[in-house]
Design a protein around this ligand. Structure first.
Ligand code: ADP
Ligand code: MG
Length: 554
């Protein structure tokens, strides 16, 4: 037998482990949900691979998770007969964190206070390593489906782990066994009642049956039936069941702000169970902007990379279970499928129409959601022209006259001034600074409302030639010709067209001084208090966009 090989965790893992063990993170029960989710995932992966290679299933085609309690030796074991891991996969999966966004997350944690840190961990999802919140040693025995070797991984969660091959008899016949050597204060996790209750509430609806037994060889007792929650009738599912499913399936720790469960019938049949989180998932602004909707075909998990929703709806978590896609569809072929295209269209439209409904019927709930995800939804304004109108209808804005409230473009257009032909906006990095910008003085003096756009995404869509009901969006920093047609709010006439000789003289001086740095210097009636302001040419780029592009090195 080969000597055990001791290796160090990747730096990120070491940091995460330290945080986990020392943080005030109080909800220790989640380790159980994480380990059971992993076991269920492993069974689902095998189910999928078994479709093209039945030999992987051997004579054991029934996926199952077994939890064993051993109070005497203070051990808790979670075993599955899923896909399993080879020695290399063990090192890869349990020695590193492959998730995108990990680096950014670690940086945020490093700068956070204790309590915030534990909140962040919650957002990140603690995964396998959460086992070390309750255990001072974890042994993993695994045998990959179809392999004729097995290996074990052991760690005390401090800085290193060891991996070595083991005799087949020491590992499950197929799949993975995770043995937790519980800390003294975690001994309660060997109590039958505690474990059964915790598993039922946290993981009662994972799509793999769960059994509970004791180490003395008691008859395994089934505590979860493995029936997929989304196949049940909506009327029979409680809010708590939805919430628990959301948490275990989406790896989220908050409540769903919106739950969408329906069955599409007609040309294509599929079931959708989708959730909008209450708070931003940790990876919301990852560069890959990947979605998190899973695709199932007749209850078999196929992939979470089918991009069922457009990227600007990536905060939606959940799944689609199709009855029409062939079970043997390969992950590569699936993107080409017209059935998938129809599903993508249908689900996207449905999510947007649910948002419209929420906006119309439950304003407060909608605005909270907009607060969290508005910056993401707005990406659709320049990425998805076919749904631009819908998205613009969903958009809410802070404006110069809204005193902190959210306004829709519809509200804005209803309050247009006489002769006002455009929707005016100002872009910047900071709402408060924007609100006091001299660019706005002429508008304020005329009582014209200006949208204050402070999200990075705003400059892109606002300057993309967008309009609402024929009213174009126009930046206040661009030369505005219609301002002079709108009277000042206090009834004073607009400033005279012709400037006085002293102004003309001053302008000539400024032009001579600045030379080529500016294309023109003009008298203007847009300012009422400040002496000067910079404007962009009517046809040119908006100033904020100019700055953004310069910053991006373009
Ligand atoms: P995640 O589940 O989000 O990928 P985890 O930290 O929970 O992150 O698990 C890390 C990886 O370890 C998984 O992606 C998987 O590859 C592997 N893994 C964990 N538990 C099991 C298991 N029971 N069977 C097979 N692979 C597993
Ligand atoms: Mg996991």
């Amino acid at each position: 037998e080969a000597a055990p090989e001791t290796r160090s965790f990747e730096a990120d893992v070491a940091k995460l482990l330290h945080l986990m063990v020392h943080s005030v993170y109080s909800d220790k029960d989640v380790f159980l949900r994480e380990l059971i989710s992993n076991a269920a995932d492993a069974c689902e992966k095998l189910r999928y691979e078994g479709l093209s290679d039945a030999s992987l299933l051997g004579d054991d085609g029934q996926p199952r998770i077994t939890v064993t309690l051993d109070p005497k030796s203070r051990r808790l074991t979670i075993e599955d007969n899923g896909i399993g891991m080879s020695e290399a996969e063990l090192a890869d999966a349990l020695g590193t964190i492959a998730r995108s966004g990990t680096k950014a997350f670690m940086d945020r944690i490093a700068g956070a206070k204790d309590a915030e840190g534990s909140q962040l961990i919650g957002q990140f999802g603690v995964g396998f390593y959460s086992a070390f919140m309750v255990a001072d040693q974890v042994d993993v025995f695994s045998r990959r489906a179809g392999a004729d070797s097995a290996a074990t991984w052991t760690s005390d969660g401090l800085g290193t782990y060891t991996i070595r091959p083991v005799e087949l008899a020491e590992a499950p016949a197929r799949g993975t066994r995770v043995v937790l050597h519980l800390k003294e204060e975690a001994a309660g996790y060997t109590e039958d009642y505690t474990i059964e209750r915790t598993i039922k509430t946290q993981s009662g609806h994972v799509p793999v049956p769960i059994f509970l037994k004791d180490a003395q060889g008691s008859e395994p007792k089934q505590i979860a039936d493995g029936a997929a929650l989304w196949t049940r009738a909506k009327s029979e599912i409680t809010a708590d069941e939805y919430k628990d499913f959301y948490r275990s399936a989406a790896g989220q720790f908050d409540e769903p702000a919106l739950t969408l469960h329906y069955r599409a019938e007609g040309l294509h049949e599929y079931t959708v169970l989708a959730f909008i989180p209450e708070t931003k998932p940790f990876d919301l602004f990852d560069p890959d902007r990947a979605g998190r909707m899973k695709l199932y075909v007749r209850r078999v998990f196929i992939t979470d990379e089918a991009q069922i929703l457009p990227r600007y709806l990536r905060f939606v978590r959940g799944l689609v279970d199709s009855n029409d896609l062939p079970l043997n569809v390969s992950r590569e072929m699936i993107q080409e499928s017209p059935v998938l295209a129809a599903i993508q269209r249908g689900v996207s439209n449905r999510v947007l129409s649910e948002l419209e409904k929420l906006a119309a019927n439950e304003t407060a709930a909608y605005l909270k959601l907009w607060d969290e995800f508005g910056p993401v939804l707005k990406e659709g304004l320049y990425e998805d022209f076919s749904r631009r109108e819908t998205l613009l209808g969903l958009a809410r804005f802070k404006t110069t006259t809204s005193v902190g409230e959210w306004r829709s473009v519809k509200d804005y257009v209803a309050d247009l001034k006489d002769n006002q032909t455009a929707i005016y906006y100002a872009t910047g990095n900071d709402l408060d600074r924007l609100a006091t910008s001299p660019q706005l003085e002429g508008f304020r003096a005329r009582g014209i409302e200006v949208l204050l756009l402070a999200d990075p995404v705003d400059s892109f869509w606002a300057s993309s030639g967008i309009d609402f009901g024929g009213k174009p969006f126009k930046s206040v920093t661009q030369g505005i010709s219609d301002l002079s047609l709108i009277p000042l709010a206090d009834g004073a006439p607009p400033a005279a067209e012709a400037a006085s000789p002293s102004v003309t003289g001053f302008i000539a001086f400024v032009k001579a001084t600045l030379g080529d740095a500016v294309s023109d210097v003009r008298p203007s009636d847009r300012l009422t208090e400040s002496a000067v302001c910079l404007v962009a040419p009517e046809q040119g780029m908006d100033r904020q966009l100019e700055k953004l592009l310069a910053g991006a090195g373009r």
